[in-house]
Design a protein around this ligand. Sequence first.
Ligand code: UDX
Ligand code: ADP
Length: 447
Amino acid sequence: MIIKNICCIGAGYVGGPTMSVIALKCPHINVTVVDANPDKIKEWNGPVNNLPIYEPGLSDVVKEARGRNLFFSDDIAGNIEKAEMIFMAVNTPTKTEGEGAGMKADLRNIEACAKDIAKYSKKDKIVVEKSTLPVRTAEKIKEILYEKSTDNHFEILSNPEFLAEGTAIQDLFKSDRVLIGGDDSESGQNAVKALVDIYANWIPKEKILTTNVWSSELAKLASNAMLAQRISSINSLSGLCEKTGANIDELSKAIGMDHRIGPKFLKASAGFGGSCFQKDILNLVYLCKFYGLEQEAEYWHQVVRINDNQKKRFAKKVIDYFNGDLSGIRVAILGWAFKANTNDSRESASIKVSEILYKSGASITIYDPMVQKRSISNDIKNLWDTKVKLNDKRINIVEKISETKKCDTFVILTEWEEFKLIDIEESKIIFDGRNINHNKNKISIGK
Ligand code: UDX
Ligand code: ADP
């Protein structure tokens, strides 16, 4: 099948950057990103310095391709109909109710997409799963497609996203690998080839791996689980360092110099965040349990538990320093994003740490260079277990770092470059969850 038109459903952190890069690298293909949220589409069509997501390099890519062969639209039906290939890049959070709540992925958005594809397709389509999905979701998608549409042939591919936020554009330009899973049948293999040909426009062929759908789906969960497991391993060792006087940075360096282990993802922190790690591991735990693999489920679950504990342990360090009572202490929370160079705060350690400090009596002043005030207050309103009033005087969200100056204590939770340069008075205490080098009165993870 020759691909002339791609439609991507979901204009978020995955769909937006991925489609922008495909459009940039494949000027012969029209790429249209659609979304159920028309306001988001408006923002994607607005000024490039105000796109709905912040990613270094993204605005340049959008500037070049938008209007040429990259389009953002709220016409879901028309663009599904026109495309030969449809990517699903909708969010799949962990279920909050019903069977598998707290673990299983919520597939409602994926199911809604499949229904739309079935409804609006008037010819054969290749449907590509881009969102992280539980193993064997492709079967479920197929069921929905064929239940609602009997005249067309649908080929389902799995093409998991491995980009990391903050470096998404670079990750897309120079992927370590591109993984494509498809059926063994002739039409399945033709569909795989159609997608390989798209990536081959800029990714060397030897980095494009093809496999079956299930291996591809599982590889994504497993990759994220292994990365997160390294962080929980080093974080658990940071606890031991605090007790024994060893230095976690030196430990990390020594471990990482073994070429069989390598240095990446061994940085102790106040806990990993982001929309993927926890969700994917819980998904893996659910799968293991489903197949009766209790020990294996427990093994992976512990990675998440250590992460939860790390956030609490870090907050406790601050509280212990003030002998258990933070009443009257003005704490600056520096960083709300789950990592630097993104405006995404999903599962950010800051959310939990700041809540614990607030509950211990602190007045908190929150600053992040990229996360909007509105998102921070929504996180507090929706994600804190402690309910707070909108006009609570002990919570202050500020737009300039200079407005945190009056605070007594600084808790750094995101590794923004800006925080490396700030001038904090000698007398103030810095609690450093991200190993940013301030040689002042600093108390870090592992020390
Ligand atoms: C992750 C995977 O890296 C990516 O391949 C996948 O497609 C999506 O999930 P992302 O969540 O965007 O990407 O960011 P990542 O760089 O993996 O960081 C995740 C969290 O781990 C952040 O909170 C980061 O601060 C933390 N982290 C990372 C550590 O605490 N220590 C480290 O050594 C590395
Ligand atoms: P991710 O990090 O997985 O990209 P985001 O939340 O950033 O997640 O983006 C997912 C996007 O998918 C959102 O903009 C949301 O509005 C959109 N979306 C979810 N379900 C549907 C659907 N059924 N049809 C169209 N768009 C959808």
